[in-house]
Ligand binder design. Structure first.
Ligand SMILES: Cc1cc2nc3c(=O)[nH]c(=O)nc-3n(C[C@H](O)[C@H](O)[C@H](O)COP(=O)(O)O)c2cc1C
Length: 172
């Protein structure tokens, strides 16, 4: 069975991005095991001095989940025209370990607008050698396009996600 690790870029309790991850789970089907990271809050501030011999357990686990998975889902909002600090911080911990190298990533930026964070994440993921080609979807006005049951209500968004999920699944 293929394994997918999901990371929500929002630490908010009622996160829209978490709901997008739930929606993608339905599109991926039952033969893929999906584990979502509990919360990015448990990842400490990145410090290269702490990225040597004794890396803290939460970071070791985070890296291990990425390395042992066939693909990664990231769904994130944009904050102040950029990537949320908690998400970028967690990704910074994976640079020295090359954890994302050659990993297929399904990237969803679900935000009010989101363009800048989306492009910035594509750049970041490319530089750490993750594969995000044709598997990235920007969902602007994201809160209005999904309902309380995690059903995507906007036809164009549903279609874009279906297509990206299909390509992502073929890469696993
Ligand atoms: C501090 C802060 C800054 C934000 N800045 C932006 C922004 O620059 N662009 C944008 O599209 N949305 C921005 N938003 C709105 C969020 O993207 C939006 O509320 C999103 O739904 C949050 O995702 P979540 O529901 O998964 O927490 C901001 C929200 C917060 C709290």
């Amino acid at each position: 069975m293929k394994k997918v690790f999901a990371i929500c870029g929002s630490t908010r309790k009622d996160s829209t991005n978490h709901r997008y991850i739930e929606a993608v789970k339905k599109l991926l089907g039952n033969d893929i095991q999906i584990t979502e990271l509990d919360s990015l809050i448990n990842i400490p501030h990145f410090n290269p001095d702490d990225d040597k011999d004794n890396v803290i357990d939460s970071v070791k686990d985070f890296r291990q989940q990425i390395v042992s998975s066939d693909g990664i889902i990231i769904s994130t909002p944009e904050y102040a025209m950029g990537i949320p600090g908690t998400l970028k911080n967690a990704i910074d911990w994976t640079v020295s370990s090359s954890s994302f190298s050659r990993k297929p990533v399904l990237l969803i930026t679900a935000s009010s607008s989101g363009q800048k964070a989306h492009q910035s994440l594509i750049d970041v993921l490319n530089v750490i050698e993750a594969d995000v080609d044709e598997t990235n979807v920007l969902v602007s006005f994201a809160k209005t396009k999904i309902d309380d049951n995690n059903i995507i209500t906007d036809a164009a968004t549903k279609e874009a996600l279906k297509k990206a999920v299909q390509i992502f699944q073929n890469k696993l």
